[in-house]
Design a protein around this ligand. Structure first.
Ligand code: FEO
Length: 387
């Protein structure tokens, strides 16, 4: 695949994977992107996951067409991108490995290799001259690991952005939902904790005239760059992207579910966007994604062992882990004899930044009776007022 006359794609699609990073379902697979800049000096940008080393080395050979690479630039050391560095160096021992100092420390720890003397450490602002092209490096710590660097090719105006702007899904899958949906689930799952670092990286790259973004996952972005950058800006500031209510619930015998479905209908009657997740059965990463996308969140669960039902506890842990903030939260609790869940959920969400709570919260003692429905309607009214 040609990105420009001189920049070629040599990445691979993974349709064998079940869980990306051991936890995210990826029914449409995953791409591990890698690129080559063909110039007076030839630079290979990143490798791929170990399972695809042969395919990747063959892709590289086809593009090189008998030439030898001068550089391997390592933007990120996570194993889905770095596993084939050793094989590359064996195949092309004259090439110099270019990366951040932190990445070289990781190479030593992970692969037991220092790559001396064919090693070049780069830092913010350093430039690698290739001929017609030059790569300017930008450190982007914690987007997603501390060693990460971006690079910018000012000739073709390409930002090589490591994991940033990546999405779930292989490249041979034409996602009918477009980029944002799976890019958002990817962002909040994988990079979302590091909003401050993403903001810092966005500030650094704002100086560049970017026409194309080449991430390590997902499609090459070369249409309206401001669309992608603006979404990353919103996400990394932890601002809601849209008005609406996410309802995340767990239910043992269906009574809490009945209350949630009643609230969902009441909100729809009031023309409020609503997104509902059964935390025991639905993908929790989707629930986290919508909790960040929308501005209000209802947590509904049963009391269990005097506390919170396990899958709700896990969901709140995800919110805490990813620095959930700047939202309004409501609670629905259920308990046959001593409802306790609301108290425990609030103790956890009180640790989050800039959370407001609705005045109306709902307690159920078993069944969703008329009184519960009346209280749910009041909660729907309050949530509508916040629209
Ligand atoms: Fe795609 Fe953080 O590795």
């Amino acid at each position: 695949m040609f990105i420009t006359d001189d920049v070629k794609y040599i990445g691979v699609d993974d349709h064998k994977i079940d869980l990306f990073e051991g936890q995210y379902i990826v029914p449409e697979g995953m791409s591990y992107n890698s690129y080559v800049i063909m110039d007076e000096k030839i630079a290979v940008l990143d490798t791929v996951d170990w399972d695809f080393r042969e395919e990747w080395l063959n892709n590289l050979k086809a593009v090189l067409n008998g030439k030898k690479p001068d550089y391997l630039v390592v933007h990120h050391m996570e194993c889905d991108h770095s596993s084939v560095i050793g094989d590359f160096v064996k195949e092309y021992p004259d090439a110099t490995v270019v990366s951040s100092n932190a990445a070289f420390n990781m190479m030593k720890n992970i692969y037991g290799a220092t790559f001396e003397p064919k090693k070049q450490v780069v830092k913010d602002g350093d430039i690698l001259e290739l001929g017609k092209h030059s790569l300017q490096f930008v450190t982007a710590p914690n987007v997603h690991w501390p060693e990460v660097i971006f690079s910018y090719d000012k000739t073709d105006k390409i930002l090589f952005s490591a994991d940033a702007f990546g999405k779930f899904g292989a490249l041979d899958f034409d996602d009918p939902e477009g980029w944002a949906c799976e890019a958002r689930r990817y962002y909040f799952g994988i990079v979302g904790k590091f909003g401050v670092n993403v903001q810092a990286a966005l500030k650094k790259v704002s100086a560049f005239d970017i026409k194309t973004i080449c991430s390590l996952h997902g499609p090459i972005l070369n249409d309206d760059i401001s669309y992608y950058v603006n979404l990353y800006d919103t996400w990394s500031k932890y601002e809601p992207e849209e008005k609406g209510v996410t309802i995340a619930y767990s239910s043992v015998y269906g009574n809490t579910k009945e209350a949630v479905l009643f609230l969902e209908e009441e909100l729809k009657k009031r023309n409020v966007e609503v997104s509902v997740f059964d935390l025991a059965r639905d993908d929790q990463a989707e629930a986290v994604e919508d909790a960040f996308k929308l501005d209000r969140l209802v947590l509904a669960t049963t009391t269990y062992n005097g506390g919170i039902f396990p899958c709700m506890k896990t969901f709140i842990d995800h919110l805490l882990d990813h620095n959930y903030q700047n939202r309004t939260i409501s609670f629905i609790e259920n308990g046959m004899w001593a409802p306790q869940a609301m108290k425990h959920m609030k103790a956890l969400t009180d640790t989050l930044k800039n959370i407001t709570y609705t005045a109306n919260n709902v307690t159920i003692k078993g069944a969703t009776n008329d009184l519960v429905k009346e209280n749910l309607s009041k909660l729907a009214d309050e949530l509508k007022e916040l629209n």
